[in-house]
Design a protein around this ligand. Structure first.
Ligand SMILES: Nc1ncnc2c1ncn2[C@@H]1O[C@H](COP(=O)(O)OP(=O)(O)OP(=O)(O)O)[C@@H](O)[C@H]1O
Ligand SMILES: [Mg+2]
Length: 279
């Protein structure tokens, strides 16, 4: 039986570890923590709200550590076979195709499971022998037993805000990981991000971050999540492109955060109070 190198059954993306690391401004000492985890072959669980920089952070660290990064976007149909691999029936023979998890173990890559709570619990159990001291991946269907090289690292992320009672991680999965909580960055860090990522002037970056802080303080509206750094970057880009600040904030922030007309006008009032007419 032949083995083929990759299988197109999951939303897995691979990036190489070469080149300049993607731009990332640290919120605190998360880069050191990641480095220590990699050094000691410890798996890492990153939690934080949408658009706070989790994915960018992992991409940045993989490039800094010069390791290939394999990313899997988890969903509720993701099966253990999608991660580990499966037999494919060819014209003449059956071939084994590694899934992204198996490939990452063979290559000593960083495997990043994005939004891991979306995956079924029985799927995440396949990670257990890899995530504890054994660091092995038994592949039942081929009879192989892979031992992970020291450079292999397992990283998962999730957004605790979306958790419901049925989802969440099994304690036995969680307790195999070192945890890192990220949040929206401090004002100075967020301004630096807007300057670099959104091309914002110092004045625009200051205004957008003030607006974000005012919106994040709002508690009386039933918003699922508040304004993220990602939305601020989008607003900055619209303004740099020539759109007025008010319409940019309406399009990139207010109307993205809510579908409710009353809530939208309340958010719009906050925008007006912070940025004025804004053009
Ligand atoms: N610390 C940071 N340094 C540089 N850019 C950042 C940082 N935080 C956020 N960004 C910007 O915000 C965008 C969104 O970040 P990212 O995609 O990493 O968020 P996320 O936490 O993975 O969100 P989600 O949970 O929705 O996947 C990035 O594309 C980048 O432009
Ligand atoms: Mg992400």
């Amino acid at each position: 039986m032949r083995r083929v190198d990759s299988v197109g059954v999951t939303a897995a993306a691979e990036t190489s570890g070469g080149g300049l690391p993607p731009f990332y401004v640290a919120q605190g000492s998360e880069c050191e923590l990641f480095q220590h985890c990699h050094e000691k072959s410890l798996p890492l669980l990153i939690k934080g709200p949408t658009g706070c920089g989790k994915t960018r952070f992992v991409e940045h660290m993989a490039a800094r550590l010069r390791r290939p990064l394999i990313t899997v976007s988890c969903h509720d149909d993701l099966s253990a076979a999608d991660l580990v691999g499966r037999h494919l029936i060819g014209r003449a023979e059956t071939v084994w195709a590694d899934g992204p998890l198996t490939r990452a173990v063979r290559e000593g890559a960083i495997l990043y499971l994005d939004e891991v709570v979306e995956a079924r619990k029985d799927t995440t159990v396949v990670l257990h022998p890899l995530a504890d001291d054994r660091r092995i991946l038994p592949i039942e269907r081929t009879g192989e037993l892979l031992v992970a090289p020291p450079e292999f690292m397992l990283v998962m992320s999730y957004n605790p805000g979306y958790q419901n009672l049925l989802k969440g991680l099994k304690p036995s999965t969680r307790q195999r990981f070192v945890a890192l909580a990220l949040d929206y960055p401090s004002a100075a860090v967020e301004q630096a991000i807007l300057a670099q990522e959104g091309g914002a002037s110092a004045a625009l970056a200051t205004q957008l971050v003030q607006l974000a802080q005012a919106l994040r303080r709002l508690t009386e509206h039933d918003l699922e999540e508040t304004v993220s750094t990602r939305l601020l970057v989008m607003a900055a880009r619209l303004v740099v492109s020539g759109l007025g600040l008010r319409p940019a904030c309406r399009a990139a922030i207010v109307d993205t955060l809510t579908d409710d007309a009353d809530t939208a006008s309340a958010l719009d009032e906050v925008v007006a109070a912070v940025v004025g007419d804004g053009d």
